[in-house]
Design a binder for this molecule. Structure first.
Ligand SMILES: Nc1ncnc2c1ncn2[C@@H]1O[C@H](COP(=O)(O)OP(=O)(O)OP(=O)(O)O)[C@@H](O)[C@H]1O
Ligand SMILES: [Mg+2]
Length: 425
């Protein structure tokens, strides 16, 4: 008889708020892991992981860092043929909203302890380069550097350098130490958050010539590379063979996430076949949705002593996710789009249903569905949903064709029970 899991184990069987670091919990994605592995092996190739919100970009990047550091468990698990383990020095930075430009990105990489700063302290030549930066982070270095900075020989007579030069010199100094045979891998997550991206590609180009041992992996929400990097031309060659466009996950892969979660609690609670199918369908390829709904379904089951999660249990879970605003961002966007109109809510849901089957929305299909459900003038509501007042959740692609700006929101619209009581509309 399997032992009863603890609340902590049940709470952590699914983890919507955390990317996957443990290769055992990373489901599917063989093609993309393989592409990423080859890009790691290819000298001079930088990597870009692109895709929609909640599709698994950061998780893939984390796996890539493991592989780069010589841990081949995931490659073995996916039966991907390997050479000898890689030996990169992996560095990770998530940009966050407040990064204004690529120079600020470089500054962060240089001055954050877990990024390059700690390494610089151990390498006198890197530290000297860092001290040459003016005007800003001399202060930072003194403050952060403490004893180590004063121990080193400070060459105040040296000319002062801009951040690009300092970065180049620092990584060159670290690379020369041959701490890692394959060089330095710098993962920049949430790259899309950098406000002004101009200049990054040309910096990367000069870095490739001066310090070829540095490989960047940039990760972000975008439909294509140009959109991510906001620069044309030169970026293409730098990322040739290294662009990983993550599509929605396949149904079998999403079901694997559910099976892995069940296994983590000795299968004491399980989703029945219908519930599995429903959860997979609602997720629309987004592993985030599987983790979000799965987590609350497990919590509910654990509290009520239920061992088999059914379709009805999923419905109950969806209600509680909506009512408690478990994902406040998605929930607020939903409320903004609906804005108390039952008719607009019907149209929104019809648009999601049409897109779910077709990738884009032909208005004729969505109008017909909406009219069948009692909406008088659906085009008027579609008109609302493209405007900022209602969150601009729908985008016009061409005459008569629309799509959700964010497919994760589309999945949320499909899953969320209606706000407005449709019987009294
Ligand atoms: N291959 C996978 N197997 C199982 N779970 C996954 C997989 N990929 C992602 N997940 C899970 O899906 C959720 C979203 O993943 P992740 O944070 O990597 O996505 P993202 O694309 O970086 O999202 P965002 O756009 O919000 O940054 C997380 O809970 C993560 O653990
Ligand atoms: Mg992410």
């Amino acid at each position: 008889m399997a032992s009863k899991p603890t609340i902590t184990e049940v709470e952590n069987a699914f983890f919507p708020a955390r990317e996957i670091r443990d290769p055992n919990r990373f489901a599917g994605r063989k093609t993309y892991v393989e592409e990423a592995y080859y890009a790691l092996l290819s000298e001079g190739t930088n990597i870009a992981v692109i895709g929609n919100r909640g599709i698994g970009k950061s998780s893939l990047a984390r796996q890539l860092m493991n592989i780069a550091a010589g841990k081949n468990e995931l490659l073995d698990k996916l039966s991907i043929a390997t050479d000898k383990p890689l030996d990169f020095l992996p560095i990770y930075l998530a940009c966050g909203k407040e990064t204004s430009s690529h120079t600020e990105l470089l500054e962060k990489l240089l001055t954050i302890k877990e990024c390059l700063l700690d390494w610089s302290y151990d390498i006198p030549r890197a530290l000297r380069s860092l001290e040459k930066y003016q005007p800003k982070f001399n202060v930072g270095i003194a403050a952060l550097g403490g004893e180590k900075a004063t121990e080193s020989t400070f060459e105040s007579t040296q000319p002062q350098h801009d951040v690009e030069t300092v970065f180049t010199n620092v990584v060159a100094a670290i690379a020369e130490e041959k701490l890692a045979k394959n060089g330095i891998l710098i993962v920049v997550d949430e790259f899309d958050q950098i406000k002004d991206k101009s200049g990054f590609a040309s910096f990367l180009k000069s870095l490739a010539t001066n310090v070829p041992q540095v490989k960047f992996c940039i990760v972000g929400v975008a439909h294509d590379m140009q959109e991510l990097i906001k620069e044309h031309g030169s970026a293409d060659r730098l990322f040739a063979g290294g662009i990983i466009n993550l599509p929605p996950m396949a149904s079998e892969e999403l079901a694997m996430i559910i099976r892995d979660a069940e296994r983590s609690i000795n299968r004491v609670i399980e989703f029945d076949d219908n519930a599995t199918e429903k959860l997979v369908k609602l997720s629309q390829g987004h592993p985030y949705m599987v983790h979000l709904i799965g987590k609350y379904a497990f919590r509910h089951a654990f509290k009520t002593g239920c061992k088999d999660i059914s379709n009805d249990d999923i419905e109950t879970t969806l209600k509680s996710i909506a009512e408690s605003g478990t994902d406040p961002i998605l929930e607020n966007r939903y409320k903004k789009a609906v804005a108390s109109s039952g008719q607009r809510e019907v149209v929104l849901k019809c648009l999601a249903e049409v897109q779910a089957g077709n990738l884009e929305i032909h208005t004729a299909d969505a109008y017909k569905k909406s009219i069948d459900q009692g909406v008088d003038n659906p085009s008027q509501f579609v008109g609302h949903l493209v405007t900022d007042d209602f969150g601009a959740e729908i985008t016009k692609i061409r005459e008569r064709y629309y799509r959700f700006s964010d497919s994760l929101f589309m999945a949320y619209v499909l899953a969320r029970p209606p706000i407005v009581d449709q019987t009294v509309r």
